[in-house]
Design a binder for this molecule. Structure first.
Ligand code: G1P
Ligand code: ZN
Length: 542
């Protein structure tokens, strides 16, 4: 029985950098989820006769939302849903399933690395048939529809059983419950040389992978410990918990503390890695050595032909604007395409579809390739494992040799989380005003070569995305970039990105914060940030 329910709009359903993220309590308001889901369906001219993939990172509210969405899909005439067993699908695995089974799209339930639980965050996003996040023209339409929605459709059927793989029916709609790992693991096996990696582990190579109590646990255990025969215990925190063990599953030096302690401790493993809540982020560590995500992308691009799935070469590399320019150096030397896009994976989709780039990356621990249309945490880890097997060298040596060859882009991001929105907007307005007439002037002893609010023209679809972050660039290649986060759920987060390029072989192993200290001081001079925000310093430095 289909039920048409009258509803009234919510005014805050604007998708951010990666879908709609809110506190669980917000989603639990009557009709809140339903309105948004109906808005997604309506934004794509309905789901009648369509097939969708559905799954999430397993956080609190995941299965509740899946039951609601399934009933709404059925009531809206959807012909088939492919759902991960127990409602689980990592973001990259969902992207892969959309592509592999050529579905019309998919709905992914996740608030990525944000904490989970009844008082924490939940999120929902729509991915299109190429497997990637919906572009802005769709997310804008979803928001428009959400502002005037008056009814939604939902089936009155009971809950479906998510715990057993196989085919079931929900009214007229077919529901296929699949193992969340199998198809993804097969894809990884096609891209990487599993025999070489097995050999590496057989030769006493030691690794720790921290799944941070989130979605990559089952994927990492199957692939690393099962298929690649890494010793049991290689994967830690491998069981997904609804509250992610009350942690903050963001793979960086601050939040992946357990792993960091292991990698900087006695008898540290050769290789350490972590992924985030929904499995799309990655952190790469060597023995007492941190690889910045920007450098990781550059190293991957420089060595791609060593890896099975990329042995014929890559067409180009794209990075988000605030990501360091290290990959640009590689692209230039390899004479391949290089793109600078706004923050957010959705901007890579067109470039990947048009085969203008093969690898993409963001400074925010996101790396990926044309194998899916999301960033992919375990893929990055396997890429590095494969590289380590080929090079028979340490993570540290590989990166340091890269710097010797290409120069080093010293890079750091300082986040001020949970600022008053008004204050954060004031900072951005002041900084933007300062950009007037700044080119050619001196700041911190350096000549400003450009100062703008980044605007991106997508050469594939002709669209323009403006106001994507304030850039201050200097003649020596240094940069400072300011953006407000589009994924936070409380107040505003100001992100400041610092970069300095160095080629002097004697200056490639210095302390990053030291090297960037004049740029960091410059920001204080410009907006008196610490004093006005009442903070001692950034909440997180990466
Ligand atoms: C953050 C990252 C961005 C990433 C996004 C989704 O967005 O900075 O690179 O694509 O999360 O994982 P932000 O909060 O900065 O808008
Ligand atoms: Zn994520």
């Amino acid at each position: 029985m289909i039920h048409t329910v009258s509803t009234t709009p919510f005014d805050d359903q604007k998708p951010g950098t990666s879908g709609l993220r809110k506190k669980v309590k917000v989603f639990e308001q009557s009709n809140y989820l339903e309105n948004f889901v109906q808005a997604i369906f309506d934004s794509i001219d309905g789901v009648n006769g369509k097939t969708l993939v559905l799954g999430g990172d397993g956080r609190y509210y995941n299965t509740t939302a899946i039951q609601t969405i399934a009933k709404m899909a059925s009531a809206n005439g959807c012909s088939k849903l492919i759902i991960g067993k127990n409602g689980l699908l990592s973001t990259p695995a969902a992207s892969h399933l959309i592509r592999k089974f050529k579905t019309d799209g998919g709905i992914i339930l996740s608030a990525s690395h944000n904490p989970a639980g009844p008082d924490e965050d939940f999120g929902i996003k729509y991915n299109i048939s190429n497997g990637g996040p919906a572009p802005e023209k769709i997310t804008d339409r979803i928001f428009d529809i959400s502002k005037s929605i008056s009814e939604y459709k939902i089936s009155e059927a009971g809950n479906i059983d998510l715990s057993t793989t196989g085919n079931i029916q929900l009214d007229e709609m077919q529901v296929q419950i699949i193992d969340p790992v199998t198809d993804y693991a097969k894809l990884m096996q096609e891209l990487f040389d599993f025999e070489a990696i097995q050999q590496l582990f057989a030769n006493d190579f030691k690794m720790t992978f921290d799944a941070m109590h989130a979605i990559t646990g089952p994927y990492a255990t199957t692939i690393l410990e099962g298929m690649l025969k890494a010793p049991a215990g290689t994967v830690i925190n491998g069981t997904p918990l609804q509250d992610f063990g009350k942690g903050h599953p963001d793979p960086n030096l601050v939040y992946a503390k357990e792993l960091v302690d292991i990698m900087w401790g006695d008898n540290a493993p050769d290789f350490g890695a972590a992924s985030d809540g929904d499995g799309d982020r990655n952190m790469i560590l060597g023995n007492a050595f941190f690889v910045t995500p920007s450098d990781s992308l550059a190293v991957m691009a420089a060595n791609a032909t060593d890896i099975k799935g990329y042995k014929n070469g890559i067409t180009g590399v794209a990075r988000s604007m605030p990501t360091s320019q290290a990959s640009d150096q590689v692209a230039e030397r390899l004479n391949i395409n290089s793109y600078e896009t706004p923050t957010g994976w959705k901007f890579f989709g067109n470039l990947l579809d048009a085969d203008k780039v093969t690898l993409c990356g963001e400074e925010s621990f996101g790396t990926g390739s044309n194998h899916v249309r999301e960033k992919d945490g375990l893929w990055a880890v396997l890429f590095w494992l494969n590289l380590l097997a080929v090079k028979q060298d340490s993570v540290k040596n590989i990166v340091e040799n890269h710097w010797q060859s290409y120069g080093r882009n010293y890079y750091s991001r300082h986040d001020y989380e949970g600022l008053e929105s008004d204050l954060a907007n004031t900072f951005m307005n002041e900084l933007e005003a300062m950009q007037n007439g700044l080119v050619g002037q001196q700041l911190a002893g350096q000549t400003v070569s450009y100062a703008d609010n980044f605007s991106y023209n997508d050469e594939v679809d002709g669209s323009t995305s403006s106001r994507q972050g304030l850039r201050f660039g200097f003649e020596n290649g240094s940069r400072v970039v300011f953006r407000l986060s589009g994924t936070g759920t409380v107040g505003a987060t100001l992100r400041i990105y610092f970069e300095r390029y160095e080629t002097d072989p004697a200056k490639l192993n210095l302390d990053t914060q030291e090297v960037l200290s004049d740029l960091i001081a410059l920001v204080e001079e410009m907006i008196d940030l610490k004093k006005r925000s009442g903070r001692d310093g950034p909440t997180v430095i990466t």
